[in-house]
Design a protein around this ligand. Structure first.
Ligand SMILES: Cc1cc2nc3c(=O)[nH]c(=O)nc-3n(C[C@H](O)[C@H](O)[C@H](O)COP(=O)(O)O)c2cc1C
Length: 379
């Protein structure tokens, strides 16, 4: 089909899929548009790049089931706060409960204001959630990845190894077949904490945490970097310091010190994309990247992909008021995917076709490939 023919069928698909997205939409996209949406997270092949970031939308097995049903590629489970064998948590201040979330407009986008923090129920219940995620992963319905916040010491203190040992081993046992895929969360509220006042302290964490975790299990590790309250150069230094991780999630929300809350919206994606644009002096093979922050369209997915992200993790866009989605039926995850993939102007298919027409993305063996976006000097 010609590029303009593809655009006409995209408008038709967008309309008819408002009532329901075909479960295997990546195959539909491949057959109808000769576009291969295959992506990767933590070395795992994915049918398409879109996953859910850790948070309130991956707290229970019902949410995971709905996401598997919708055809989401992966879901990162809510962050659990590490504990030692006696149940002691050095980061207990992050295990606080809050019920109210407020979805608000911020600039031209949205943010979710919420003052709670990590998992606030017993660790055993988290392990049950991990097992539910493992089952979905094993059945190839949804890749599920646990997320942990472990002890982070001051410069003159040692790491509390007992927390690293107990939590990593318990998660690895719950998961079963190695390797255990894991995200380590360095959260925006941490960026706002006095613990993160010093650059050297943060850089030490990023350098040392991978070995602290891997000492206790066969772990494939993603580190979710915070937006520290320093300049863009330091953000890049953080990426360099974290090069022992297998993947980096770039970058968690911004921290508003005055209001004491984390926030997203356009300021977040502006900063993230700007930092990812900066040249790095690293020569070695670097960790793969997963983008997060204010992703609400296929066009924004492409912006992250052009800067090297082989997958993306969304939270806010899967939490909007129902009337904000064009789709009329289905779960929020399904309605979100409908817009992200099929929107005729800003969806992923439309933007890849647009780049083909502009000569900035080429077919290989007749197909356009999502992962080709990150290959080179495309932007
Ligand atoms: C209410 C809420 C809770 C969150 N909780 C966590 C968390 O526990 N661990 C984590 O790593 N990220 C957490 N996040 C960050 C999201 O996973 C995501 O990376 C971030 O919000 C940026 O993406 P977005 O702009 O699509 O929301 C949370 C975000 C929100 C809005």
């Amino acid at each position: 089909m010609s590029n303009s023919g593809s655009r006409a069928s995209l408008t038709r698909d967008f309309e008819r899929f408002k009532r329901g997205l075909p479960h295997d939409f990546p195959s539909h996209v491949r057959d109808s548009y000769r576009i291969d949406l295959s992506a990767r997270y933590l070395g795992q092949p994915l049918p398409h790049p879109i996953g859910k970031g850790s948070g309130q939308l991956s707290l229970n097995s019902g949410q995971l089931e709905t996401d598997a049903e919708a055809g989401l590629a992966f879901a990162v489970l809510k962050t659990v706060i590490a504990q030692d064998a006696t149940g002691d948590q050095s980061m207990a201040a992050w295990a606080i409960h809050e019920t109210k979330m407020k979805v608000e407009r911020r600039g031209a986008g949205w943010t979710v204001t919420w003052k709670g923090r990590g998992w606030d129920r017993p660790f055993d219940e988290y392990l049950a959630l991990v097992r539910a995620g493992r089952d979905l992963t094993r059945d190839r319905r949804l890749l599920a990845v646990p997320s942990v916040k472990y002890h982070l010491p001051r410069l003159d203190e040692p790491f509390r190894d007992a927390e690293y040992a107990h939590t990593t081993r318990a998660l690895a046992t719950a998961w079963g077949d190695p390797p255990l895929l894991l995200e380590k969360d360095f959260s925006p509220t941490l960026a706002g904490d006095r613990l993160a006042d010093e650059k050297q302290q943060i850089l030490r964490w990023l350098r040392e945490v991978p070995q602290r975790i891997r000492a206790h299990g066969d772990v494939r590790l993603a580190m979710k970097l915070m937006n520290a309250r320093f300049d863009d150069d330091f953000q890049r230094e953080m990426m360099d310091a974290a090069r022992d991780a297998d993947a980096l999630v770039v970058f968690n929300r911004l921290f508003d010190a005055q209001q004491g809350v984390a926030y997203g919206g356009p300021e977040l994606s502006d900063r993230n994309l700007r930092v990812l644009d900066r040249p790095s002096d690293r020569q070695t093979v670097r960790p793969s990247l997963s983008g997060t922050g204010n992703i609400h369209s296929g066009r924004m997915i492409v912006e992250y992909a052009l800067r090297g992200c082989s997958s993306v993790q969304l939270h806010t866009f899967f939490q909007l008021p129902l009337e904000e989605y064009s789709a009329t039926d289905g779960s929020r995850t399904q309605r979100g995917l409908h817009a992200l993939i099929f929107d005729p102007r800003d969806g992923l298919v439309a933007v890849m076709l647009e780049r083909e027409a502009a000569g900035t993305l080429e077919r290989r063996a007749g197909e356009l490939h999502f992962l080709d976006l990150g290959l080179g000097e495309n932007h």
